[in-house]
Design a protein around this ligand. Structure first.
Ligand code: GDP
Length: 483
């Protein structure tokens, strides 16, 4: 156990600059203290002392209010008989936010981190819907307590059905003028999904937050990384500046704090890494996501990948045997290419290309793809574990190419602290020109953010409010990102 061992044996690197607490047993979750140490280069992004102290106080709060505590029991009592006017009843000292697992794994990882940051900012306790396979994927992040929402949570049976039409949905309540400071409900549903209405997005406004802050229980369904929009709220912005002086590193730090793959997933990561990537001189990741009705292999996507990687000098071209410059005695550089995709055809072509002909630089290129599942099977345990293992493996590469608007790719590059080359989304079955763009930020993009300001500034372009929250390179018109 890390607990109780002298400071000299727990170098700060092992705790990622103090990001991690020493209060866990090491063997129960091997990845927690080992991932940074053994497989990652030290990150150029350091967590602030303020973030570290905020995390330590959050851990105390979670322990005090978490499942099984008196505070939790008090807060959940009579919750299912929410009559919309709890002012007279005592609900206890703790406030909560429940994260519900919806959409693919990349979406889930981004939204849970967003919800956690919101909880840090508003001193709420985050609890995680465990009806999905979250505990097969991640270890508990907070010591001496649990982040899993107990299965006997009073609203459990209803949560699945929550949607925009639900009478306690924030946007719907605004529409119906059903909420004001004199009638605050005990629970509210927040809909932060790609089809959110302007009213749902009022959530990000300062005035609305003053009201929402009074609600003891928030239940969130989200499928977008909403951190960039929190920075548009002046109250949050002041605090966020202190927490994250390096603005683009928000997800990078939160993910390394929160997400520790279970021993089973970590075994998959390390076995693959040691078998195929460890000995290479350089590692390139390529994440290929095809958003299309009839997905699969497309020649224009293959062309786009080749044109991007060759123009950006990420991969060499191939030449004829006669043109090959390799001299036998020279030791050749080994470059491992890790491809992830639902389809195996892309990496098969790449592999053949570098087998059939020599590279122009003399480098040896080896191409690997861990799985090719063909179809998304979210909530199937092994499928999700493979997806997570692949996101982690991608994050361990030196350079990375990812697909536009894919949350799978966002998680991989941001976790790794990598500025990705983003492959533009093809239009009309043609390879875009240019094929890709190098991002200048490691943070993920908030897809479908508010496109308006709050009240008086209604109609302002939300990408022009503060200088470091701008439109994303891969979603010029409707994405926001921290730079
Ligand atoms: P997004 O749809 O690209 O934003 O990413 P998500 O992770 O939210 O949803 C896509 C889901 O499809 C993943 O969670 C996996 O279940 C599956 N999937 C997509 N691409 C890959 C891949 O490269 N490898 C694996 N193993 N699964 C993938």
């Amino acid at each position: 156990s890390i607990k109780g061992s002298p400071e000299s044996e727990t170098p700060r690197d092992k705790l990622i600059g103090g990001l991690l607490t020493t209060d866990f047993n090491e063997r129960s979750c091997v990845s927690r203290y080992h991932q940074s140490l053994l497989y990652r280069k030290p990150s150029p992004y350091k967590p602030s002392e303020y973030l570290v102290s905020k995390l330590r106080s959050y851990e105390k709060l979670h322990k005090r209010c978490g499942p099984g505590t008196r505070a939790y029991k008090k807060a959940t009592r009579n919750l299912s008989h929410d009559d919309g006017n709890y002012a007279s009843k005592s609900v206890g000292e703790c406030r909560y936010i429940v994260w519900v697992a919806v959409y693919g794994l990349g979406n889930r990882i981004l939204t849970l981190a967003s919800v956690f940051l919101y909880a840090l900012l508003t001193e709420r306790v985050v609890l995680v819907d465990q009806s999905k396979d979250i505990s097969d994927l991640f270890c508990e992040p907070f010591p001496g307590t649990s982040w899993l929402l107990p299965v006997d949570f009073p609203l459990m049976k209803q949560i699945d059905g929550y949607n925009k039409e639900y009478s306690r949905c924030y946007g719907t309540m605004l529409n119906n003028h059903a909420i004001n400071s004199t009638s605050v409900p005990r629970h509210l549903y927040l809909h932060i999904i790609h089809d959110s209405r302007d009213e749902d997005k009022m959530f990000f406004c300062q005035k609305d937050q003053a009201l929402i802050d009074k609600v003891p229980w928030l239940i969130v369904k989200a499928n977008v990384y909403f951190v960039p929009s929190l920075w548009l709220n002046p109250t949050f912005q002041t605090e966020l500046m202190k927490l994250f002086p390096q603005k683009e590193a928000v997800f990078h730090h939160l993910a390394r704090y929160l997400y520790h793959p279970t021993n089973q997933v970590w075994g998959m990561v390390t076995r693959y890494y040691n078998a195929h990537l460890a000995r290479a001189d350089e590692r390139l990741g390529i994440q290929i996501r095809v958003f299309s009705d009839q997905a699969g292999y497309f020649q224009h996507v293959m062309d786009q990948i080749l044109s991007c990687t060759q123009r950006e000098k990420l991969l060499p071209e191939v030449v004829s045997q006669e043109e090959s410059k390799v001299n036998i005695s020279q030791s050749q550089k080994l470059k491992a290419v890790l491809v992830t995709s639902l389809y195996p055809e892309y990496s098969d072509r790449l592999k053949n290309m570098f087998w059939e002909r020599p590279s122009s630089t003399g480098e040896i290129i080896e191409v690997y793809q861990p799985s090719g599942e063909r179809v998304q099977q979210t909530d199937k345990k092994l499928h999700d574990q493979k997806a997570l293992a692949e996101m982690y493996l991608l994050s361990l590469t030196d350079k990375i190419v990812t697909s536009a608007r894919s949350t799978f790719g966002y998680v991989a590059h941001s976790l790794g602290g990598l500025k990705p080359w983003l492959l533009y989304q093809p239009k009309e079955a043609k390879a875009p020109d240019p094929p890709c763009i190098r991002s200048t930020s490691i943070d993920p993009c908030h897809l479908t953010p508010p496109s308006h300001g709050c009240d008086a500034e209604w109609g302002t372009d939300s990408g022009k409010v503060v200088p470091f929250v701008r439109h994303c390179e891969d979603r010029e018109n409707d994405g926001l990102k921290l730079f």
